[in-house]
Write a protein that binds this ligand. Structure first.
Ligand code: RM4
Ligand code: MN
Ligand code: MN
Length: 398
């Protein structure tokens, strides 16, 4: 596609609309199932996570919120609200989605809301309700739910009963939400449970969300699908059902690899953004979607990887804005396959980087956020400050 000035306008408009939330855990040391690779500059306190997210937002201008994981980031529950508010103000990043943690505690070995023990289901619900209150307390809209529930061996769990318990628990959580809050139901077909997962796919998440109530929507984590599944079709269906609440972006080669967004298959992310853009063009509606990063790769430097991720997200979002929708609609109607497909390919192969640099400059942002980060001295400073603490962290698996 030749670069036309009209493209620059489309790109600028798309970038002005685009924000993406950073995960607090994306700045922390993470590892494989076999151990953690410790980075000297990784964040290990909420203050450090807010500081790092603030720096990424300062350089990119499109990450005003940071997702929080309740147990990891607010160990005192509601008692941590004051410090969250102070840190948010100090580093210029608002608390984003609130992620309850109903998978880490020992009691959840056989599940949380799906646990056969009613006392454990009750404990899980209590934590979910507290999380909704925390979200309200810090002014964040979404309670983002991922359940590790499932079983490892055939015959060991009553899948129908567990489904019922999930519907009950999620409905109670829904009742607790204020009118401006939402709950997002994430699905995942495998891991940590290997035989069955209670919310295994988008259809199950959709049914449970529908049952819970109108403030419940589905969250699509791109890593939570089987190989070669058509994720953009799921996106199209959820849009059509008005049930798409948000995304967790990451990339994968095999399973829930949590590699950086767009690193393995950028065309996949482009196709997702395209489905959303095409829906908006066709309906004149604005899709109300929370875009979030959820990746915990362990070899790239945390800060640089996050900046690279945000830049990649912007590029792919901008490319999707270049699809000629009218032409695509015509080509689809006439089943003109090559022409229809080329509408996507032309947009995807356009180099949007010069227009993004212009956009950044005009918004008072660095043209090259990664270069600006490398010049800023931030990494050297946090490396010196955090090195000792990180070296002492536990990395072993067993
Ligand atoms: C899960 C899922 C959740 C995330 C946890 C840490 O696989 O993606 O969204 O909170 O990992
Ligand atoms: Mn996720
Ligand atoms: Mn995941």
């Amino acid at each position: 596609m030749n670069f036309q000035p009209a493209n620059a306008d489309k790109i600028a408009a798309a970038l002005d609309r685009f924000e993406i939330e950073l995960p607090s855990w994306g700045f922390a040391n993470t590892g494989t199932r076999f151990g953690k690779f410790l980075q000297p500059a990784a964040a290990s306190s909420l203050e450090e996570k807010f500081s790092d997210a603030g720096e990424v937002h300062r350089l990119t201008g499109v990450c005003p919120t940071m997702a929080l994981h309740v147990l990891w980031d607010l160990p005192d529950g509601a008692g941590s609200l004051g410090s969250v508010r102070r840190l948010s103000e100090r580093f210029g990043v608002r608390p984003g989605s609130i992620n309850p943690n109903i998978f880490q505690d020992q009691i959840y070995k056989h599940g949380s809301l799906g646990n056969p023990d009613p006392l454990i289901r009750q404990a899980a619900l209590g934590h979910l309700l507290d999380s909704a209150d925390i979200a309200a307390g810090v002014g964040s809209r979404d309670v983002s739910l991922w359940f590790a529930d499932g079983s490892n061996y055939p015959g060991t769990a009553n899948m129908r009963h567990r489904r019922r318990w999930f519907a009950e628990g999620l409905t109670k959580l829904h009742e607790r939400l204020s009118p401006s809050q939402r709950m997002l139901v994430e699905y995942k077909p495998f891991e940590p449970a290997f035989y069955h997962t209670d919310i295994a796919d988008w259809g199950m998440a959709l049914l449970l969300a529908r049952q819970a109530g109108p403030k419940a929507k589905v969250l699509v984590d791109t890593g939570h699908h089987y190989q070669s599944q058509n994720i953009e079709q799921i996106v199209a269906w959820l849009l059509e059902e008005d049930m798409l609440g948000g995304f967790h972006f990451n990339d994968r080669r095999y399973a829930d690899d949590d590699l950086t967004m767009g690193s393995i298959d950028p065309y996949q992310v482009f196709r997702i953004f395209h489905e959303i853009a095409h829906f908006e063009w066709e309906t004149g509606k604005r899709a109300d979607i929370a875009y979030m990063v959820d990746q915990s790769h362990n070899l790239k430097g945390k800060m640089e990887a996050m900046i690279q991720t945000v830049t990649t997200a912007q590029e792919l979002h901008a490319k999707a804005a270049l699809v000629d929708h009218a032409r695509l609609a015509d080509s689809q109607k006439g089943s003109e396959l090559i022409d229809a497909e080329n509408c996507l390919k032309n947009a995807f192969s356009t180099d949007v980087r010069p227009a993004i640099r212009d956009w950044a400059r005009s918004r008072g942002l660095p043209e090259d956020p990664l270069a600006a980060f490398r010049q800023s001295g931030y990494l050297e400073r946090i490396t010196a400050e955090r090195r000792e603490k990180n070296a002492a962290a536990i990395s072993s698996y067993a």
